[in-house]
Design a protein around this ligand. Structure first.
Ligand code: DX5
Ligand code: ZN
Length: 219
């Protein structure tokens, strides 16, 4: 059984204090930092890019779990690698050749993640599962924090877990979107071992990050 890890999404952080917010997450026991990159094209929202990530990474030893909601994504992979991303997660719909994009991330010695939107089936990535380090299961449609959890995606996690066991593979299963104290347990029981959370971690219990991370893990 893999150790349950928490990857807080800084999309819900105070963007005027991102450096301090990342330090608060580290002090609060976060296992990594989930950085939501949005381009206003793949998703209807725009956040941060390589210069900001580079500046944040200079101040932090934390693992940067970078979720690229951008398209086309292939030509930007190196920029995020150079900026300091440790895990680079892409969406299959955002590249013309998923196999080449996966190989590009591996060539750069970064961990590679592939993200499935709620409507996207596991079949899309079956042939790549032996080459990737992480599958990011979206439990909301990407673009914004604070959305409602879509429970149907839990079946996808259970399906992935079975495939992982049958093929004796070791990728992490990360779930992202609407994770809170009421659904973190069922997400873990379904097979997720990394929980992304923004709103719950930054806004619950008067923003007590340490308490919120512990509560999510302990369910
Ligand atoms: C949505 C992002 C998620 C989101 C999670 O497109 O990928 O990481 O910020 O935020 P909450 O936990 O508020 O749903
Ligand atoms: Zn995300």
């Amino acid at each position: 059984m893999k150790k349950i890890k928490i990857s807080p999404s800084i999309l819900s952080a105070d963007f005027s204090q991102l450096g301090n917010e990342i330090k608060r997450l580290k002090d609060g026991g976060a296992d990594m930092i989930h950085v939501d990159v949005m381009d206003g094209h793949f998703v209807p929202n725009l956040t941060i890019g390589p210069p900001v990530i580079k500046a944040l990474k200079k101040q932090s030893s934390m693992i940067f779990d970078v979720h690229l909601m951008i398209s086309p994504v292939h030509k930007y992979i190196k920029a995020y690698s150079d900026a300091g991303a440790d895990i680079i997660t892409i969406h299959p719909e955002a590249t013309d050749n998923l196999k080449l994009s996966i190989l590009k991330i591996k060539e750069l010695n970064k961990k590679v993640g592939v993200s499935l939107n709620p409507e996207t089936k596991v079949d899309v990535i079956l042939e790549h599962l032996d080459k990737i380090d992480l599958v990011l299961i979206m439990s909301v449609n990407p673009g914004f924090g604070g959305q409602k959890f879509i429970p149907e995606v839990l079946n996808k996690i259970k399906e992935l877990k079975k495939i992982q066991e049958n093929k004796n593979l070791d990728f992490d299963i990360e779930i992202d979107g609407g994770i809170n104290f009421d659904n973190s347990k069922i997400a873990i029981e379904a097979g997720a071992n990394i929980l992304v959370s923004g709103t719950t971690i930054f806004k619950s219990n008067d923003g007590d990050i340490k308490k919120n991370i512990e509560l999510l893990k302990s369910k």
